[in-house]
Design a binder for this molecule. Structure first.
Ligand code: PLP
Length: 444
């Protein structure tokens, strides 16, 4: 009997005892290819010697110093690194312990910014359906899946949701990308006007939607239009790159590919690659200035923010990615992964879409390719695919998004940046077999 409460109370999970490169090993000696990086976390794979060495060295120097009394070299160096690599204009960093904390901090920064500027009437956050921003109350309120929120609704701040930019599901037949981008972004403008332009704090969106919809990149121009609308009404743009950021899509920040710089950006997961819990908010000089010229502080804080071990992990992971030119591998292996997925699953009766950027790819399963109708959620196709994949020594991230109020099924792949062509071949072969077996099991 376990005394540990995970999410599913009765889940029987294998015991992970060791990791090496792109593989994890359980107590029975079985190996699993980590094709999802856990949840898009393990960007360098497991037990990377340089990261381990940096962590040991940091532990020997200092493991913890409270930020109310001290700064540390590790935290300062990580902040310098992140700002040096950030899009122009994002020049300050707030270090936290994970993605939800980063989103909470970003939402509070956005609100405090307007209080400092003498606009305390601004109180609305706009976000998108089919998005995920974390499980703490503020982040959960921003997230766009009602099934996650429903039972906690009385505890949540009211947030307003518009449609995501989701070409496979929402672009109309014959509609050009340009027209679709304008229509999708137009929803933001309409919502701002409905709420009152001087009442809105921020629009928050994942640059590339992760777990809830499966690696959905925006169509060209969408985010540029969103940026222009935010500027027009003085609304802040928060891009949540907790999952899609830190190199996962082939550029350090996914929004670089969209030519857009947000006012606030949240990062986590790949920042520390799972070696330590670490996240951050990157903020614009305008926001920093409002705090420094106003009350002189950001009214927030966590005991473990700027933790030296977490900062050392982030720094080491980011230095290895740069030193080894791993973003190039993300681009080339990402292209190869897409080609292999299309070859193996592109004509599959129940594969509706294969999409993504870099090493952030997803396969969406549908009951009917022509109508794009999802499988009955009661069939739990996601769980079946996960089980079949694990039986074949493969970790994938199967999730259900919400499609017109129904749960859909997709498989998210976010493997470590260090993988090679042979690894990609094995992942796709095992995934293809797992999908076939899971679908066959529906009729048994
Ligand atoms: N934002 C996004 C886009 C995420 O994908 C996640 C986690 O999956 C979070 C925020 C929350 O991060 P965490 O689970 O580290 O709190």
């Amino acid at each position: 009997m376990t005394h540990l409460l995970h999410r599913a109370i009765h889940a029987k999970l294998p015991v992970a005892v060791r990791g090496e490169g792109i593989r994890l090993f359980d107590a029975e000696g079985r190996a699993y290819i980590d094709a999802s990086g856990g949840a898009a976390v393990s960007c360098l794979g497991h037990a990377h010697p340089d990261v381990l060495a940096a962590l040991h060295a940091q532990l020997d120097r200092i493991a913890y110093a409270h930020t109310g009394f001290f700064t540390t070299e590790a935290a300062e160096r990580l902040a310098d690194r992140l700002v040096a690599d950030a899009p122009d204009g994002l020049d300050h960093v707030y270090l936290v312990s994970g993605g939800s904390e980063a989103v909470e901090a970003a939402l509070k920064m956005a609100r405090q910014y307007f209080v400092e500027k003498g606009e305390p009437q601004r109180r609305h956050i706009i976000a998108r359906r089919q998005s995920y921003h974390g499980n703490t109350l503020g982040a959960l309120a921003a997230g766009g899946n009602e099934w996650r929120r429903a039972q906690f609704r009385p505890l949540l701040v009211e947030t307003h949701h518009i449609d995501p930019c989701f070409a496979y599901r929402l672009q109309q037949a014959g509609e050009s990308d340009t027209d679709y981008a304008a229509r999708a972004a137009g929803q933001l403008e309409a919502k701002i006007l409905e709420l009152g332009a001087d009442q809105v704090i921020a629009f928050v969106a994942e640059t590339v939607v992760g777990a809830t919809a499966g690696a959905v990149p925006p169509v060209a121009d969408y985010l540029k239009r969103v940026r222009a609308i935010c500027d027009k009404y003085g609304v802040l743009l928060i891009l949540d790159e907790v999952m899609c950021g830190m190199g996962r899509t082939g550029t350090l920040h996914a929004c670089e590919q969209d030519g857009v710089v947000p006012d606030l950006m949240t990062i986590a997961k790949g920042l520390g690659g799972g070696y330590q819990p670490v996240g951050a908010v990157l903020l614009s000089s305008a926001i920093f200035q409002a705090f420094s010229e106003g009350s002189g502080f950001f009214q927030h804080g966590h005991t473990y923010m700027g933790h030296p071990m977490a900062a050392a992990a982030g720094l080491a992971v980011q230095e290895v990615i740069r030193r080894d030119g791993l973003l190039e591998n993300v681009v080339s292996m990402g292209d190869y992964l897409e080609r292999c997925l299309v070859e193996r699953l592109g004509n599959h009766h129940h594969v509706g879409d294969i999409r993504g950027r870099g090493l952030f790819r997803a396969v969406e399963l549908v009951a009917d390719r022509a109508t794009k109708s999802p499988f009955d959620p009661g069939l739990k196709l996601n769980a079946r695919i996960k089980k079949e994949a694990m039986a074949r020594g493969l970790m994938v991230y199967p999730m259900g998004g919400t499609i017109d109020g129904q749960r859909g099924d997709h498989v998210l792949l976010a493997p470590p940046f260090i993988l090679n062509r042979e690894d990609v071949g094995q992942i796709v072969e095992r995934l293809g077999d797992a999908v076939d077996a899971a679908i066959a099991s529906l009729t048994k």
